[in-house]
Structure formats: structure tokens, C-alpha cells
Design a protein around this ligand. Structure first.
Ligand SMILES: N[C@@H](CCC(=O)N[C@@H](CS)C(=O)NCC(=O)O)C(=O)O
Length: 207
């Protein structure tokens, strides 16, 4: 039995939950992190010394780092449509996953933290604007790329779409000014219509 630790308001937990739902894997999710705590207990730190969510335990196999978990779940399920075996196709998927974790989500992080998790009178307007500008630039890259094909790596939905769509969900639901991006919106709407996404896309308003 798969156990997932992590609160659903975490974008990194959302990726894992969507992936498990997409694959139809049975699992138990335990709220941890943020207001739920638990992630600073010795038992939790033994699973993830970083004290961050998510962590999984799959019949004794413990793993942290959300994108590694997503790859593990897809790989274990033999879901080659979601994570292709061909070296170049896989590298293309992995590239977008790296792009999400090292670029896209960090870019919007300050705007999210300020607008959603900081009291209005304590907000740093400069940090919000800098974060908005960085994210807009990356959304421009997505917009141009998605003008060329249905999904991020061609015509088929993969775990690259899944993890980038979790970040896009957050961005598209922030109370912030955004440049209209019809291709990005079309792609996001298609990802969000997948039954596996429902627990992520129901996270509105953002918390
Ligand atoms: N690179 C890690 C980042 C994990 C991370 O930063 N998790 C955040 C939530 S998104 C966290 O645990 N924050 C502390 C908390 O929720 O208490 C991953 O992708 O799993």
C-alpha cells in the first residue's frame, strides 16, 4: 500500500496526488506540513531529513522529492505513455520537469507567498512585482511552445504536463495581473479536465 505524506495545498504534494490518481493507484494520504505539522517529528525526519512534504512509503520504499516520486510511480506502473522509454522522448519529458522545479515554480513562489500566505498590510509589493515579471517571462516561453503542439512534449499528455500544470494551476488562480495566453490556457484547461487532476484543480481558492 502506498502512503503519501503531505497537505494538499502544497504544489509538490499536488503533483504526487495527481500522478497517483492519474495512474489509478490506491493510496492513503496523511496531512503533514504547514498547519498540520508532523514534518518536524523524529519519525518524519527519519523519512525526509529536510522536513519537507511530500514523502511516500511504498511497501517500505521511502522516497522524497516530488518529481522523483512522480517518475517512480509512473515507472513502477510501466506507464510508458506518461513517461516514455525512448531516451530522447524521456529526456524531453525530464527537461520540462526540471524546468518546472528549478524555474517555473520558484519564479512564482514569492508572488504566491505574498498574496496568499502574507497579511495584506505586511506584503512586499516589490517582491510580488519581481516574481510576476519572472513568471510572465516563463509563461511567454510556455505560450510559444504550446502554439506548436497539443502538449509539452508533443501530442500526448505526459508527467511533464502533469507537473507543469500543477504550477500553472497556481499561477492562473493567483489574484494578480496576467498577460492573456490562449495556448497556455487551452493546454491547462485540457490538463485540468483529466479526471486524475480533480484533487488539484479543486484547490481554489489557493491556500
Ligand atoms: N524539492 C522538494 C520541495 C518540497 C517543498 O518545498 N515542500 C514544501 C511545500 S510545497 C514544504 O514542505 N514546506 C514546509 C511545510 O509545508 O511545512 C520537492 O519537490 O518535493
Amino acid at each position: 500500500m502506498l502512503t503519501i505524506w503531505g497537505r494538499l495545498s502544497s504544489v509538490n504534494v499536488q503533483k504526487v496526488v495527481w500522478c497517483a490518481d492519474e495512474l489509478g493507484i490506491e493510496y492513503k494520504r496523511i496531512d503533514a506540513g504547514g498547519k498540520f505539522g508532523l514534518n518536524d517529528t523524529p519519525e518524519y525526519l527519519a523519512m525526509n531529513p529536510n522536513g519537507l512534504v511530500p514523502v511516500i512509503d511504498d511497501d517500505g520504499f521511502v522516497l522524497y522529492e516530488s518529481n522523483a516520486i512522480v517518475r517512480y510511480l509512473a515507472g513502477k506502473a510501466g506507464a510508458t505513455a506518461l513517461w516514455p522509454e525512448d531516451a530522447r522522448a524521456r529526456a524531453d519529458v525530464d527537461r520540462w520537469m526540471e524546468w518546472q522545479s528549478t524555474g517555473y515554480t520558484p519564479a512564482m513562489g514569492p508572488a504566491f507567498m505574498q498574496l496568499i500566505r502574507t497579511a495584506p498590510d505586511k506584503r512586499d509589493i516589490g517582491a510580488i512585482e519581481a516574481s510576476r515579471a519572472k513568471t510572465e517571462k516563463l509563461c511567454g516561453i510556455l505560450e510559444a511552445h504550446l502554439a506548436q503542439g497539443r502538449c509539452l512534449t508533443g501530442e500526448r499528455f505526459t508527467i511533464a504536463d502533469l507537473v507543469v500544470a500543477c504550477a500553472a494551476h497556481r499561477w492562473l488562480n493567483l489574484p494578480i495581473e496576467r498577460t492573456p495566453r490562449p495556448n497556455l490556457q487551452r493546454w491547462y484547461d485540457e490538463c485540468a479536465a483529466r479526471p486524475g487532476s480533480r484533487q488539484v484543480t479543486s484547490q481554489v481558492p489557493l491556500t
